[in-house]
Design a protein around this ligand. Structure first.
Ligand code: FEO
Length: 408
């Protein structure tokens, strides 16, 4: 249903092995060819699965592993780079794009033990059949010595699963943040270039993966600021040598206040719903309110998710299919319901043919959000002169809401 932009990522589609600093290595993969994640939202620049090798004076640890289909390449790459021993496999999260190679790694390195929290343990035992007797469970702030290096584990439930934790490399002041602060982005250099393109990818990633956990994002953004790590090492995308680059972005995206922006997703079968959306858009623009319009059927779902990061209001337009909302509009309402954007106000408009309940399903999908929902407007076929007056009223109510919030 949604258009997938086929764009290639950067860099070589091969496993990498590069020193970050002081016996700490990047050993992940640029997956430039992957075009969709979670079978949901298109990837504009592929993604990377980051894994980090830490060689202490006494023990060797690997922090997070690899996406399951790439396991063989991953282990071959470690061996090729003279990794002959792994004592600890640190599992920051149970989702398989990071934990997927644990079983094979345990087989390859029989002395290795998985070090993780109890929630990840439960997940990987059940999902990946990792033997429980090969797992050491740690608690919040517990430390593990590798000799001249120490790993400290910080439980961070909610960014992105309840099992998520961070690993802090104490002496080197590096923080591995797992999915948090990541980006679906590939790179020539393992270090972030702080470009607009990276910012775009990181925002898209935030919208799809982190926005539902906005409160936790705020909490951990602040916590990491106070820790002042030298670098942030996420599980997707490049390493941030300048942590403020990504922390400032997260502080903005996760803030409670939205921007002076109205997002208008719509699906229109015979043009009347589109006319309503266009009318609302023009009127809002003339009052100094910014707008972004999305053709739900043809435009990129990731762009819509990104717009929802900043929007204060949503105007959803739908045609009727049979006796209910268009399924594409229901899908968008469902997605908005689970992504939990910070929007404060919503309006529903649309056009129908022979009758039915145009908005019931959509309203149900949005009911979990804290939205002031303006009286919906549905018209039969083409708009009549009275309908424009009703649309003016909707515009006025949105404008007043933005004004009340100090946005215009
Ligand atoms: Fe990149 Fe929640 O896994």
């Amino acid at each position: 249903m949604f258009v997938i932009k086929l764009m290639s990522g950067k860099g070589e589609n091969v496993m990498q092995f590069k020193e970050i600093k002081n016996n700490i290595y990047y050993c992940g993969l640029n997956d430039c060819e992957r075009t969709i994640f979670d079978e949901l939202i298109p990837l504009e620049h592929g993604t990377s699965y980051n894994s980090y090798l830490v060689k202490g004076s006494e023990k060797v640890a690997v922090i997070d592993t690899m996406y399951p289909p790439k396991t063989e390449e991953y282990i071959d790459n470690l061996v090729k780079n003279n990794v002959t021993r792994i004592d600890y496999i640190i599992a920051n999260h149970g989702e398989q794009d990071h934990s997927g190679s644990i079983p094979a790694l345990l087989e390859k390195f029989p002395e290795a033990v998985v070090v993780t929290n109890s929630k990840v343990r439960d997940n990987i035992v059940e999902m990946l059949l990792v033997p429980e007797n090969r797992i050491k469970v740690i608690t919040n702030n517990e430390e593990l010595s590798l000799g001249d290096k120490t790993l400290r584990f910080i439980l961070a439930p909610g960014v992105h699963w309840p099992d998520t934790m961070f690993t802090y490399l104490v002496e080197d002041n590096l923080l591995c943040t797992c999915d948090f602060l990541g980006a679906h982005y590939t790179f020539d250099d393992i270090f972030a270039n702080n470009s607009k393109e990276l910012e775009h990818s990181a925002k898209r990633y935030y919208a799809e993966i982190m926005m539902p956990f906005r409160t936790m994002c705020k909490k951990y953004t602040q916590m990491i600021r106070e820790m002042k790590p030298e670098m942030i090492l996420p599980s997707h995308g490049p390493i941030y040598k300048d942590p403020d680059f990504i922390l400032d972005l997260y502080a903005d995206w996760a803030a409670d206040e939205g921007k002076n922006l109205v997002v208008l997703p719509y699906v229109s079968m015979y043009g009347s719903t589109e006319e309503m959306i266009n009318y609302i858009q023009d009127k809002l623009n003339s009052k100094g309110v910014q707008t972004l319009k999305y053709d739900i059927v043809r435009d990129d779902l990731g762009d819509l998710a990104m717009a929802l990061v900043d929007a204060t209001s949503i105007v959803l337009g739908t045609s009727m299919v049979l006796a209910g909302s268009h399924p594409a509009a229901v899908n968008i309402a469902y997605l908005a319901g689970v992504l939990k954007p910070k929007a404060k106000c919503a309006a529903l408009v649309g056009s129908y043919g022979w009758g039915g309940k145009l908005f019931d399903m959509i309203a149900q999908m949005l009911s979990g959000l804290k939205l002031d929902v303006i009286e919906p407007l549905q018209v039969k076929g083409k708009l009549k002169s009275d309908d424009y007056k009703k649309l003016d009223k909707i515009v006025e109510q949105i404008y007043e809401k933005h004004k009340l919030l100090g946005l215009v």
